[in-house]
Design a protein around this ligand. Sequence first.
Ligand code: NAP
Length: 330
Amino acid sequence: MRVACIRAHGGLEALRHEDWPDPAPGPGQALVEVRACGLNHLDLFVIKGMAGVDIEFPRITGGDIAGMVSATFSPDDRAWIGRRVLVDPLVVEGRKRMALGEHKNGGLCERLCVPVGNLIALPEDVSLERAAALPIAYGTAHKMLGPGRGDLKRGETLLVLGATGGVGVASVQLGKLMGAHVIACTSSAEKAAKLVALGADAVIDTSREEFSAAAWRLTDKQGADVVVNFTGGETWVPSLRALKRLGRVLVCGATAGYDPVEDLRYLWMREAAIIGSNGWERENLTALLDLAAGGALSPVIDRVVPLAETASALAALRDRRVFGKVLVTP
Ligand SMILES: NC(=O)c1ccc[n+]([C@@H]2O[C@H](COP(=O)([O-])OP(=O)(O)OC[C@H]3O[C@@H](n4cnc5c(N)ncnc54)[C@H](OP(=O)(O)O)[C@@H]3O)[C@@H](O)[C@H]2O)c1
């Protein structure tokens, strides 16, 4: 089978296309014919290498996988054969929580073996491509905004940085579904127009206006109740500045730097809460599939490309030329 993999960290030239033997399911596993694999910023980090995260080589990235089950190891699991499935990218082995495409091989290949426990049957009216757009980006946003983490309430103001990426569009759409007033930030006028079309109540074009000042202006000098910041770096202090008193900053990543300068004055002046959120739970994925099946949520898909074009699709993600999700169809 054809795979896109890395054998060492590097730039996108590290991504290689190879022929590997077809895998066969081991105990507790099912063989999934990959029909769609969603790309995430995580794939760029895996390829480049991340401080403190050991990646084993060769590694196939791509954690968001939807496909058809073609075989199972155990005859007891045969009912899965022929079914359309979404694969939960979180594999739990004992106390280890591992992600497909990062700690284990992912879906940038024609077929892969996954634990049967990670299979989620797809509702009839959710396509394989839409399903593959959901887990990592939408799942993370769903958990981050939901009970126990951000706890976003109807009528609250939600400010989303990097609103055009995977987690960004998901935060905008889910924020609207939860009844928030959503202010979306992006770096270009073209993407700003798309955010308005997606339903954002207001948009800040950060190429023209500093976002904390704009947020202050757009909220009548009150600030946002909740700020979604997975960017870090230079956006960190302005995110605190954009906050209402007793507001919450939600953090699930740090695309532009994980060790930003801090300004503690905003923490006490705003009486701010900083809430970290990591990944998703199974109930986030099933809730998202229900929303998609019922037509309330339509994941934003920027483009669908064949496996051979994975590197150029990842380049678009790296260079911020994407609105929503990019899918690969191996
Ligand atoms: N903890 C978790 O479980 C988890 C899960 C998913 C994602 N994450 C993290 O969340 C972040 C976003 O992931 P994603 O897949 O949604 O990424 P993405 O699709 O690449 O989107 C990121 C968005 O942020 C903005 N951006 C990109 N680079 C930037 C930079 N250097 N400075 C400022 N803004 C920048 C861009 O929007 P504009 O050009 O419109 O500004 C881009 O569309 C990543 O850091 C990822 O690792 C964490």
